[in-house]
Design a protein around this ligand. Structure first.
Ligand code: TMP
Length: 206
């Protein structure tokens, strides 16, 4: 596909997206492939501060303020991390543009076109080369949330909200199937998911 692609890991809380990212990092290290990885919100020093502001349990920022802060974090990451490494290293991102559509539009009802335009304004033509979407059902999500030690503001919505967000992610993925792989943590064991992931990573990097 591309020597140094941008690969994104998406999915709702407890879906396993961060585990897939960690497995990918381990694999790239083993293969001595140069990569850079960061999370959104987060990444640069400023973006990590914005993350604290938005996600801490006591945050009372409204949905629109959050949207601007997610975008501000992305803008810094684009400028300070992505541009510098684009086409030089594999870029792995824990959440990116689809999270904004899934959470702020499909979950919270903010305007879809506004979000698309903001992403376009920030990133121009830059798009991820491939996205892994991890999914989880209600039963497993509730089980896994109970095991979490640090619960943030976005871990605390009701299940109806996460259901809308996950459906949003699936809608995005299914309209662009060649650029997405859905990893189903309800159906497949961790080992099977890892095999699917690494097979795809090999194809992407070819
Ligand atoms: P996480 O890093 O544990 O996945 O948490 C990040 C939270 O931020 C998660 O609930 C999704 C949310 N988020 C948005 O709502 N919009 C966005 O654009 C991004 C990047 C994250």
């Amino acid at each position: 596909m591309s020597k140094n692609p941008i690969i994104v890991f998406e999915g709702i809380e407890t879906s396993g997206k961060s585990t897939s990212l960690k497995k990918t990092i381990k694999y790239l290290k083993k293969k001595k492939i140069k990569y850079i990885s960061f999370r959104e919100p987060g990444g640069t020093n400023l973006s990590e501060k914005l993350r604290q502001l938005m996600l801490n349990k006591k945050s009372k920022l409204n949905n629109k303020t959050d949207l601007f802060l997610f975008m501000a974090s992305r803008s810094e990451n684009f400028d300070k991390i992505i541009k510098k490494n684009y086409k030089k290293k594999v870029i792995l991102i824990d959440r990116f543009i689809d999270s904004t559509l899934a959470y702020q539009h499909y979950g919270m009802g903010l305007d879809k076109n506004l979000i698309l335009r903001m992403n376009n304004f920030l990133l121009g033509n830059l798009k991820p080369n491939f996205t892994f979407l991890s999914i989880v059902n209600k039963k497993n999500m509730l089980k896994r949330l109970k095991l979490r030690k640090n619960i943030n503001k976005y871990d605390n919505f009701n299940h109806n909200f996460y259901n809308k967000v996950q459906k949003g992610f699936l809608k995005i993925a299914l309209t662009n199937r060649s650029k997405y792989l859905i990893l189903d943590s309800n159906k497949d064991s961790l080992k099977i998911i890892e095999n699917k992931l690494i097979n795809k990573i090999n194809k992407i990097l070819k």
